[in-house]
Design a protein around this ligand. Structure first.
Ligand SMILES: Nc1nc2c(ncn2[C@@H]2O[C@H](COP(=O)(O)OP(=O)(O)OP(=O)(O)O)[C@@H](O)[C@H]2O)c(=O)[nH]1
Ligand SMILES: [Mg+2]
Length: 84
């Protein structure tokens, strides 16, 4: 099996993986991958939110370094602010 055994904890269609990384570049993660995967991420978040009876909070963990962790992470925080 590819990847960490921890992926077993998550619903498979709620995992987003991509072939490339952001090279420690915040702007690449935030703008390029944010634009590329924004609609897909928004749909994944909506699907989870709609499965809740009374959504009260969202727990978001993302890294402060890297391009995917920090750039795409802050993009997801913006998506949540816009959508919820
Ligand atoms: N303190 C701490 N720092 C970490 C950890 N994992 C990664 N880092 C640091 O975070 C920075 C970026 O980590 P990456 O894993 O390259 O970031 P990424 O999110 O994969 O981003 P890209 O590779 O650019 O797509 C580096 O300076 C790492 O040393 C961790 O578990 N703890
Ligand atoms: Mg990386």
């Amino acid at each position: 099996m590819d990847g960490s055994p921890l992926r077993e904890l998550f619903t498979p269609d709620q995992i987003l993986t991509a072939a490339s990384v952001s090279g420690n570049n915040w702007a690449v993660g935030h703008h390029r991958y944010g634009a590329q995967y924004g609609d897909h991420l928004r749909n994944m978040i909506r699907k989870q939110a709609e499965a809740c009876d009374a959504l009260q909070s969202v727990f978001l963990m993302y890294s402060l370094g890297g391009g995917t962790g920090s750039g795409l992470g802050t993009r997801i925080a913006s998506l949540l602010a816009d959508e919820l």
